[in-house]
Unconditional design. Structure first.
Length: 534
């Protein structure tokens, strides 16, 4: 363990002691063996002054002092008002865009260094006092010389060493958990931390955020559901981002939304549709959807439009992951638990020897109670706990590539609870998923996919021919093999078998994957070549 990481651990300990977070922990109903750990903390034997702070303020200030990784954890918790007391949730909401800013003069110096010009040469107006401040960056309002109102986002200095130290401890904890616990190994904690490491470092690169915002803007160009501000690429650098300034109501400002008579039911439903559109239509979804990054336009309250900012973290799914998730959700909406269980076994998420009937019954027990209830009556915290219990029982593995998606789902649910507690998440999402699946197997889509695959067949056939010729032709000084002296009847027989197998595989594949079945195309191309070659 590096010295810096040890120093970081001591820093965390000092913050815990300063804000008396151990008191908050031991006030909870803990098992006796865990509660007894307080006797091993030497500072608890020393006299300490009481803090004139609420428990929520103590937790918020502690997370704030510990830096970006802890602040982001607090942001996630702030969206789950169903899991937290109101006083703590209210305090943690301040972490979304009210983190204390760093020195504005340092921000100006960094902007000028990155842009290679004085602020006054680029902007006709620049507000030194920040408009908002979060865990990774802060934002200043400005106006370009050409007249456009913009915001200038600048990364906080000195973040990488702190993040590296926190990640070192996360990796240590994850590796230790995998060594000592079989249940932990099923959750792949090291892979999860590795994915988070990539995500947090990507978020420090504002050029990546600018590219993400441009892509998301194109995906929803002309949409009534969501608007993404324009990026001004001439003034974007790795640590500075300049984009269009937007004016809207923060999505958690329910009083103002009500004053302008916003259709809250439509707003909540559009939030669900936006999420599923990003995941299934685009395979490109905003993965940091805490309320500090979401606003509502004031233009048409009867047809509310979201405004999304801060695209530093986005997620995407492979076609395989999309298809797997779609089939599972579709079966889930239809309450076809046997199909859900079979898909888990087929995908390898649970061992092949898992008893299908037992697994189906376990899934039904967990999922059935959540149907036909409004969102306010569903405790997803309890559902997740029961799913984890099922996972341990059947050795089901967590897929690290879906962690961002799961995090985004938690944010969506937390936001939905605040906007319209009576929203039925499942009845809102099911029609969209059914429509998406119909489009996936429509004749137009199948023809488009088939055309793209046919274009690859000549190249694939050439590759197959070259490979088979290398395998079938002997070296110049080697004697020919006995089977090569006979009119290649064996190769023709092999070709016929490959043709039959490829045709069977293509015809028997499920609709969502038939046109992308590379094994079938490979077998057909190889079989055709072997049959017709001289």
């Amino acid at each position: 363990m590096k010295l810096l990481a040890v120093r970081r651990l001591l820093r965390i300990q000092r913050v815990v002691i300063r804000y008396r977070l151990d008191d908050l922990l031991f006030d909870l109903p803990l098992p006796w063996w865990l509660a007894s750990l307080r006797l091993l903390m030497p500072w608890r034997w020393l006299p300490r002054k009481p803090l004139d702070l609420s428990r929520g303020a103590r937790l918020r200030l502690a997370l704030q002092d510990l830096g970006p990784i802890f602040i982001k954890f607090g942001q996630l918790l702030s969206t789950r008002r169903d899991l937290l007391p109101a006083d703590i949730a209210d305090e943690l909401m301040l972490l979304q865009d009210r983190v204390p800013p760093f020195d504005p003069q340092k921000a100006v110096a960094l902007i000028e260094e990155q842009l290679g010009a004085k602020v006054g040469e680029i902007f006709s107006r620049f507000d030194v006092e920040p408009l908002a401040s979060a865990s990774v960056a802060q934002v200043h309002a400005a106006r370009l010389k050409s007249g456009e109102e913009v915001v200038v986002k600048v990364v906080r200095p000195g973040l990488k060493p702190v993040i590296a130290q926190d990640l070192a401890w996360l990796f240590l904890i994850a590796r230790g958990a995998e060594r000592v616990s079989a249940d932990a190994r099923l959750l792949h904690p090291v892979d999860v931390v590795s994915d988070y490491e990539k995500t947090i470092y990507d978020e420090l690169d504002l050029l990546r955020e600018a590219a993400n915002a441009s892509q998301l803007r194109r995906n929803f160009e002309g949409s009534d559901m969501m608007y993404v501000p324009q990026v001004y690429w001439d003034w974007c650098r790795p640590k500075v981002l300049v984009m269009e300034r937007i004016y809207g109501i923060q999505v958690t400002d329910l009083e103002t939304l009500a004053d302008q008579r916003t259709d809250m039911k439509m707003l909540a439903e559009r939030g669900v549709e936006i999420f599923f559109t990003q995941v299934f239509r685009d395979s490109f979804f905003h993965a940091d959807m805490h309320p500090g990054n979401i606003f509502v336009s004031t233009v048409k309250p009867w047809s509310p439009q979201y405004i999304a900012i801060d695209c530093g973290i986005v997620g995407s799914l492979t076609p395989k992951d999309q298809d797997y998730l779609a089939r599972n959700l579709f079966a889930f909406f239809k309450r076809d638990y046997r199909r859900v269980a079979q898909l888990h076994i087929d995908s390898g998420w649970v061992p092949a020897q898992t008893k299908l009937n037992e697994f189906e019954a376990a899934i039904r027990t967990v999922c059935e109670p959540i149907f036909e209830k409004p969102l306010k009556d569903i405790s997803f915290g309890q559902v997740l706990m029961r799913l984890f219990q099922t996972a341990r029982r059947f050795n089901m593995e967590v897929q690290p590539q879906l962690v961002l998606l799961q995090k985004t789902l938690l944010n969506i649910e937390g936001l939905g609870r605040q906007l319209y507690p009576d929203l039925d998440l499942w009845s809102t999402a099911q029609p969209f998923l059914e429509r998406w699946m119909r489009e996936r197997v429509s004749p137009k889509t199948l023809l488009q996919n088939l055309h793209s695959q046919v274009e690859q067949v000549p190249h694939l056939a050439n590759m197959t021919r070259d490979l088979l010729e290398r395998m079938s032709q002997p070296h110049r000084n080697d004697p020919p093999a006995p089977w090569q002296q006979q009119d290649h009847w064996a190769l023709r027989l092999l070709g016929a078998v490959l043709l039959g197998g490829g045709a069977t595989l293509a015809a028997g594949a499920e609709p969502l994957t038939a046109v992308t079945s590379w094994p079938a195309w490979l077998m057909l191309a190889a079989g055709l070549y072997l049959v017709v070659r001289r």
